[in-house]
Structures are given as C-alpha cells and as structure tokens.
Write a protein that binds this ligand. Structure first.
Ligand SMILES: *[C@@H]1O[C@H](CO)[C@@H](O)[C@H](O)[C@H]1NC(C)=O
Ligand SMILES: *[C@@H]1O[C@H](CO)[C@@H](O)[C@H](O)[C@H]1NC(C)=O
Ligand SMILES: *[C@@H]1O[C@H](CO)[C@@H](O)[C@H](O)[C@H]1NC(C)=O
Length: 298
C-alpha cells in the first residue's frame, strides 16, 4: 500500500479542491492560443513515454486501467497500469509513468515542462490511483488533467459504459489541484454525418456538475468533445460554455479518431467562435492542417 505524506493527508483532510493554474511558462506563454499546444496520444508504453519525453510535445495523454505489468517475475498483482481496452497488461504502471514525468519536469527548464492528461477507463482504476497520484506527482506545479467519460452521449452510444459521475467527483475531490476533463461517451465513424451533442446532453452535464457541487469558484473544467460531433453542435455547446458565468474556467478539448468524418469548415467556425484561448485542439496532424488556424477569416 502506498503511504500518504503528511502534506497529502492535509490535502485530504481539508478537501482542497481548486485550480492553481498552469505554473508552466510555455503553457502560460500560449494561454491566448490554446490550439498551439501539442499532444502525444495513448502514451501507454515505456518506449513511447521515453520518445515523448525526448520531444517538444507539450501534453502527454495516456490511458489507465486495472491490470498487471508484464515482466519476467510472472507477477499477477492487479494495479493501475498504462493501457487502453481491450489490453489488460502493459510494460508500465501508473506509478512508474508518473515518477518518470515528475523527474523529467523537476529538472527541465520551466518552458519544457509537460502536462499530463490521465484518461481513466473505469471508476475502479481512478479510485485505485488516488494514493499513487497524491504521493508521487506534484499537481501544484505541473498541469494535471483527470479525464473520464461520465455521461452517455452521441450518437446513441449504448455500448460504452460511462464512469459513474458521483464516484468520479468524490474521487477527484481527494486529488487537490487538478483540471477536470469530463465528457460523454461517443459513437462516430468515417461515414457518420448526422449527430450532435444535444441540449439534453448539455443539460445533463450542467446538472451533474451542480449536483456534485463542483461549480465553485476557481475550478477549471475542460470538456473533451469529438471533432466530427462538435462541428455539428456549436449552439448547444455555447450553452455549456456560458452555463457557469465565469465561476468555472471552461474550455473545450477537441479530439478525433484517425478516420472520423469531420466537417472542417464547421469545426473551424466552432473553434473561432468559442475562441482560440478556450479551445485545445488534439486531433491528427492532417485534420489540424486542414483547419488553417493561422487564417482568422471565417
Ligand atoms: C438514435 O435513437 C433514436 C431513438 O431511438 C432514433 O430515432 C435515431 O434514429 C437513432 N439515431 C442513430 C444515428 O442511430
Ligand atoms: C482561467 O484560466 C486562465 C488560464 O488558465 C487563467 O488565466 C484565469 O485566471 C482562470 N480564471 C479563473 C476564474 O480561474
Ligand atoms: C494559434 O496556433 C495555431 C497552431 O499552432 C497557429 O497556426 C495560429 O497561427 C495561432 N494563431 C494565433 C492568432 O496566434
């Protein structure tokens, strides 16, 4: 069992839950243009982690589930590992992953610090990771996002079970200063055309945030939205963007699977309407190029 430091016990006791801001010079330098921040995806192996730590990429996105680490010891101990379903093993545990990034961030110049976005594939994986994150990682100094799909979403996605929202919020309240990245499960493909985040989806998100008393001053939430669907949902997502009257720091993070159908013009319109200072763009390079984010004329 991981031991909690006194510092982290204090955190748990007084239930501090707020956004401290990005203490990282490069990310602060780009605060007016979040689309300039670069992403590495599914950094779920030791080899890829080392590659990313040796690159200029700003943000490391990785998946966590409960499984076991492949090694020569034949150890079948179940623990949080870096892996995406359907995988159930990995060559790297969450503990080792965070330790390496923490060491990297502690020694590099401030403008080289990397953020982490931890995508939890189940509530059990998140709950089992709290002590590990609290005892290893400096969330105060390095941007730390906790991501999960907490509601069922478009288009009629009934296959993926969302992470239970109440248990999600109860868990993240124990983590101190993190950015919440909370979204909907999605179903979309190369041939999808119709489908959007509906007003019902948006209202359910607003309710679940309010019911769990997350809408306190100073918290940062980013809503991960799938490019092809977000492009069809500007009006609905505007409601979400305005719902908390600046009490919560709301941004969107646009993501996309490799071959998703995307209406590029409508996505451009989404990004420029919400604002370059409010939208992270974590999509494949060819889609990002098509967006011509350097050309502000709509
Ligand atoms: C989603 O479900 C609704 C109601 O069951 C149905 O009318 C609609 O056609 C479905 N959409 C898709 C894309 O399957
Ligand atoms: C929102 O975030 C921005 C950039 O991260 C920061 O400058 C601003 O102070 C934050 N606002 C609130 C209300 O937390
Ligand atoms: C914002 O960042 C994008 C991506 O790097 C870049 O293409 C664009 O020129 C930038 N826009 C502004 C206004 O800084």
């Amino acid at each position: 069992m991981m031991r909690c430091s006194i510092f982290h016990r204090l955190f748990l006791l007084i239930d501090i839950f707020f956004f401290v801001g990005m203490a990282d010079a490069r990310l602060i330098g780009h605060i007016d243009n979040l689309t300039d921040i670069t992403w590495a995806h599914a950094v779920d192996s030791q080899k890829y982690l080392l590659e990313v730590l040796n690159s200029d990429i700003d943000f490391i996105e990785a998946d966590i589930l409960l499984g076991h680490v492949d090694n020569d010891c034949g150890d079948q101990h179940i623990l949080p590992i870096m892996a995406h379903p359907p995988a159930t093993t990995s060559d790297i545990s969450l503990e080792s992953f965070l330790t390496q990034i923490q060491e990297y961030n502690s020694i590099v110049e401030p403008n080289k610090v990397k953020g982490v976005k931890l995508d939890f594939k189940s509530i059990n994986a998140l709950e089992a990771s709290i002590d590990i994150i609290n005892s290893i990682y400096n969330k105060q100094s390095f941007p730390t996002w906790i991501n999960a799909d907490i509601l069922p979403g478009p288009v009629n996605n009934t296959e993926t079970v969302p992470v239970d929202p109440k248990r999600f919020f109860d868990a993240v309240k124990q983590l101190g200063p993190v950015v919440l990245s909370i979204g909907w499960t999605t179903k979309w493909s190369e041939s999808s055309l119709d489908g959007c985040y509906t007003e019902d989806h948006v209202n359910e998100m607003i309710s679940v945030i309010k019911e769990n008393h997350i809408d306190k001053q100073g918290i940062a939430i980013t809503f991960p939205v799938r490019a092809g669907i977000a492009a069809n949902s500007l009006n609905q997502l505007k409601i979400l963007h305005r719902a908390f009257n600046n009490k919560i720091n709301v941004t969107f993070t646009i993501w996309s699977s490799a071959n998703d159908a995307v209406n590029v013009e409508k996505l451009r319109q989404f990004i420029f309407t919400i604002g370059l200072n409010k939208v992270y763009v974590d999509v494949p390079a060819d889609l990002k190029n098509q967006l011509h984010l350097d050309d502000v004329s709509l």
